[in-house]
Design a binder for this molecule. Structure first.
Ligand code: NAI
Length: 520
C-alpha cells in the first residue's frame, strides 16, 4: 500500500502544540501544508515558530539549508476552512471535545473532494463516535501522534467500526513515509499506549500507598533496575497530575469501571491540593532553585561472602539467573551448583543461597509468605532487572522472619557483585516485577481483544512512551509462565479482579508450557 503522493496537500486543523508538530513533519516530508486555526493569527504564528525550528535544525547540521527553505515555503496559514478544499488528507488537532470534532468533520465533508482522507489526532475519544454522523464515515481514521510530534516516532493508526481498511493502510504508509513508526489499532478506550501504560502509574501509586518505599526510591528502582528512562512519579509530575489522573479516569469509565483501571485516591488528593507536578512547582517532588534532590536509601557495606550456591527451581527463569551467575562468578565468588531439594514442588529450591539465606527472584508473593510456605525463615527476594549484567542497583525485600545475619549475607552477596542494594518493604511482587507483569498482562489483553497485534503493542510502548523493551518481549524474556505465576499470586494476595490473568497468557502457556513466546 502506498502513502499519499509527495507534494500532495495536507491540511492541519488546529495549530496548537500537536497541530504545529504535525504540520512541521508533513512539510519536512514534502507535502504542501495548509494550517488553519479559529484563533486569529495562531496558524501564522505557529508557522513562524516552525520556521525557527527549521533554522535550528540547519544550525545543528540536521537539515540542509535549501531543504529547510523549501519546507518552510510549503507551509501556508489559511484564514478559512474553505481553503483546504484541495487537501488529500486533513488531520484534525483541535480541542478534545466530541461535539467540536463532529462539527468540524461535518463541515469538512462539504468542502473537500470525495477521495480526501479525514484523520483525527484524538487521544481519548472514540473514532467510531467522531465519524458516526458523517455521510462517509469510512474515510475517517485516527492518526494519533505523540507529543512532541517531531521527536516521538509512534503514530497509532486507529480504525473505527466504519473505517475503510484502505484508508487506514494509506495513513499507515503515509506515517511511515514521514519517518514515523506507525501501528494499527482498533478504536477502543485508550487505544494502545494510553491503555497499556496505565499500570505503570497505577502500580507505582499502589506501592507508594502500601509503603513499599518512598517516591524517589520507587523511581530509582524503576530506572536503575527496570531500565525505564523516567520513574513513574517523576513522569507523572512531568505530565501533570490533572492530565494523568483525568486520562486514568476516562479509561476507567470507558471500560465501565473495570478494576484494572481504578484511579488512585493518592493522585486524586494531589489534584485536590493543586500539587499538579512541575507546572505548579510541587507534585511528588518539589521544584525550584533551592530544592535538594532526595537521597535514595542504600544498604551500608556488608561482609562479602565467599561462596554462593545456585539451584534452579522450576519457576525461576534461566534468562534471569544465568547472567546473575556470570556476574557473581566475575566478582570472584565461588559458585556451586546444587540440585533442587527433594520435594521442590512444595519447598521450592532457592535460586541463590549463601550463609543460610535463601534468595529468590520475586514470584508475586512477599518474602514473608514465601518463607512461611517453605518453612525457611531466612528468606530474601530480589526484584526483576532489565539488564542483569549492567544494572547498578538491585532491590531486595526481607521476610519478617529473616534474621539480621541472614539479611546481611544477602546484602553482602549482591554488593560483592557490584550492586548498590536498596531495601524496600516486603510487598508482594516488588516493584519492577509487579509493574512488568501488569504491563504484559494489559498488552496481552489488548492483543487478545483484537485491538492490535503483539508486534504493534511492543512497538507502541517503545516508541510512544520510551519503554526499554516491549511488554510482550519482556514476558518472553522473563518467561510467560513466570509472569502468570506473579499475576496469579498477586490476585491471590489482594483478592482483586485487577490482577486477573489475561486469557491469552494462559492459552500461550497451556499450548507450550516450557517455551511459550509472543515473538519468534
Ligand atoms: P492546544 O490547545 O495546544 O491546541 C488546539 C488548537 O486548536 C488551538 O490553537 C485552538 O485555537 C484550535 N482550535 C480549537 N477549536 C478549533 C476549531 N474548531 N477549528 C480550528 N481550530 C480550533 O491542544 P493540543 O495539545 O495541540 O491538542 C490538540 C488535539 O490533539 C487534542 O484533540 C488532543 O487530545 C490531541 N492530542 C494531544 C496530545 C498532547 O500531548 N497534547 C497528544 C496526542 C493527541
Amino acid at each position: 500500500m502506498e502513502g499519499l503522493a509527495r507534494g500532495s496537500i495536507v491540511a492541519v486543523i488546529g495549530s496548537g502544540a500537536m497541530g504545529a508538530g504535525i504540520a512541521q513533519v508533513a512539510a519536512a516530508s514534502g507535502h504542501e501544508v495548509r494550517l488553519f486555526d479559529t484563533r486569529p493569527d495562531a496558524a501564522s504564528k505557529a508557522i513562524d515558530a516552525i520556521g525557527k525550528v527549521f533554522t535550528k535544525l540547519v544550525d545543528k547540521g540536521r537539515m540542509g539549508a535549501a531543504e529547510a527553505d523549501l519546507a518552510r515555503e510549503r507551509l501556508q496559514a489559511v484564514g478559512s476552512l474553505a481553503e483546504v478544499k484541495e487537501a488529500a488528507l486533513v488531520v484534525e488537532a483541535i480541542v478534545e471535545h466530541l461535539d467540536a470534532k463532529r462539527a468540524l468533520f461535518a463541515e469538512l465533508e462539504g468542502i473537500v473532494d470525495a477521495r480526501c482522507i479525514l484523520a483525527t489526532n484524538t487521544s481519548s475519544i472514540s473514532v467510531t463516535a467522531i465519524g458516526a454522523q458523517l455521510r462517509h464515515p469510512e474515510r475517517l481514521v485516527g492518526m494519533h501522534f505523540f507529543n512532541p510530534v517531531p521527536l516521538m516516532a509512534l503514530v497509532e493508526v486507529v480504525s473505527g467500526l466504519a473505517t475503510d481498511k484502505q484508508v487506514a493502510d494509506t495513513v499507515y504508509a503515509t506515517a511511515h513515509a514521514w519517518g514515523k513508526d506507525p501501528v494499527h489499532a482498533k478504536s477502543t478506550p485508550g487505544f494502545i499506549v494510553n491503555r497499556v501504560a496505565r499500570p505503570y502509574y497505577a502500580e507505582a501509586l499502589r506501592l507508594l500507598q502500601e509503603g513499599a518505599a518512598d517516591a524517589p526510591t520507587l523511581d530509582a528502582v524503576m530506572r536503575d533496575c527496570g531500565g525505564f528512562r523516567m520513574g513513574p512519579f517523576e513522569l507523572m509530575d512531568l505530565i501533570g497530575h490533572d492530565v494523568n489522573f483525568s486520562v486514568t479516569q476516562s479509561v476507567h469509565a470507558a471500560y465501565f469501571g473495570d478494576p484494572r483501571f481504578t484511579p488512585s485516591v493518592l493522585q486524586q488528593e494531589l489534584v485536590n491540593a493543586g500539587f499538579l507536578g512541575r507546572k505548579s512547582g510541587r507534585g511528588f517532588y518539589r521544584y525550584g532553585d533551592d530544592v535538594v534532590t532526595p537521597a535514595v536509601p542504600t544498604e551500608p557495606q556488608a561482609v562479602r561472602p565467599h561462596t554462593v550456591g545456585i539451584s534452579v527451581a522450576r519457576e525461576v527463569t534461566r534468562s534471569v539467573l544465568t547472567p546473575m551467575e556470570a556476574r557473581l562468578t566475575d566478582a570472584g565468588l565461588s559458585v556451586a551448583h546444587r540440585e533442587p531439594l527433594a520435594g521442590a514442588e512444595k519447598h521450592e529450591a532457592p535460586a541463590l543461597h549463601t550463609n543460610g539465606v535463601a534468595i529468590f527472584l520475586s514470584d508475586g508473593r512477599s518474602a514473608t509468605e514465601r518463607a512461611a510456605a517453605n518453612h525457611h525463615p531466612n528468606t530474601v527476594v530480589y526484584d526483576l532487572l532489565f539488564d542483569v549484567a549492567r544494572a547498578t542497583r538491585i532491590a531486595l525485600a526481607r521476610a519478617d522472619q529473616c534474621s539480621e545475619e541472614a539479611w546481611q549475607a544477602a546484602v553482602g552477596l549482591f554488593q560483592a557483585a557490584g550492586f548498590t542494594v536498596t531495601r524496600i518493604d516486603d510487598v508482594p511482587g516488588m516493584i519492577v516485577m509487579r509493574t512488568v507483569a501488569m504491563l504484559a498482562n494489559e498488552a496481552a489483553d489488548a492483543v487478545n481483544q483484537g485491538v492490535c497485534s503483539a508486534g504493534a503493542v511492543d512497538i507502541a510502548m517503545q516508541k510512544g512512551v520510551n519503554y526499554p523493551r516491549g511488554p510482550l518481549a519482556w514476558a518472553d524474556s522473563v518467561g510467560i509462565g513466570h509472569i502468570v505465576t506473579v499475576l496469579a499470586n498477586l490476585a491471590a494476595t489482594y483478592g482483586e479482579d485487577r490482577y486477573r490473568v489475561s486469557p491469552l497468557l494462559r492459552r500461550k502457556l497451556a499450548a507450550n508450557p516450557s517455551g511459550a513466546r509472543f515473538h519468534a
